[in-house]
Design a protein around this ligand. Sequence first.
Ligand code: PEP
Ligand code: MN
Length: 337
Amino acid sequence: MIIVMQAGAAEAQLAHVVARVEGLGLKPHVIVGTERTVVAVVGDERGAASGGLETLPGVASVMPILAPYKVASREVQPEPTVVRAGSLVVGGGTVGVIAGPCSVESRDQIVATAAAVKAAGATGLRGGAFKPRTSPYSFQGMKERGLELLAEARAETGLAIVTEVVSPEDVPLVARYADVLQIGARNMQNYRLLEAVGRTQVAVLLKRGPAATVEELLLAAEYILDGGNRQVMLCERGIRTFETHTRFTLPLATVPWLHARTHLPVVVDPSHGTGHSPLVESMAAAAVAAGADGLIVEVHPDPKCAASDGGQTLDFAAFSRMMTVCRKVAEAVGRRL
Ligand code: PEP
Ligand code: MN
């Protein structure tokens, strides 16, 4: 349920409501908006009807949250969440662009890419150090050494680092280096991993599983929010369909659909979404036109030699052209990029 506080309700009244909710064995999430403060109450509410919450001082109204995802829903927080992680801002009219290689491969590779994508206007640097590969015989990433190289690239360019964490026990290590923890598509429903990143205060980029519905994506985000971490971005990266001309099918209707139901920003990945570098620029521009709050794009100094995902990776010149097009589209739809 949502407990809506009266405008100007006192701190002590809010604290009293929170204590009463906890006393009922339920979990309160206080959301301070520009117009009103609400307490989203989660847990098994069956016994709460008798709690008399609507009669407490400072309470304006109590209503049910209809969506199955609670803290993620627009009902609870009408204002959009803006994710801020170092140089990266995603949401609230700013389109944040995260660019970089699929995998960190060497110091030269990551530092040169960071400098090039920053010059073209990216505000975040991506690079996988822990890679979830379909085959156990494929390159699995440089692990901690890769994280150190990402930190060096950040020190040289100031770009925020976005990097994947694949297991709960690695979260403390990756969180020491990352500005944004990426949860990959294959791990969207790894609930212990979602709980582990929910216990940090590091921003999270949660990618949609290729066979997950958008409602399942929102419920996965709810695990992170319920843990107390509110800096969550959702990422549409393409789903599995019968179609084979692209690696995945990139459904951009996800963007306005999610915007209508959640306050969380939505990022689109046209690299994994298509699997083919010649398609990336058009789909990035289309994503911005559809209202995406951010893009995550694979860029490498020499894509044909990339250790992973070279076929969908842009070189520096192609990324720069993509940014020029996306900037024009952003301006046309009233956003900054
Ligand atoms: C990646 O970003 O390199 C990646 C592995 O993406 P996904 O989890 O979407 O497949
Ligand atoms: Mn990749």
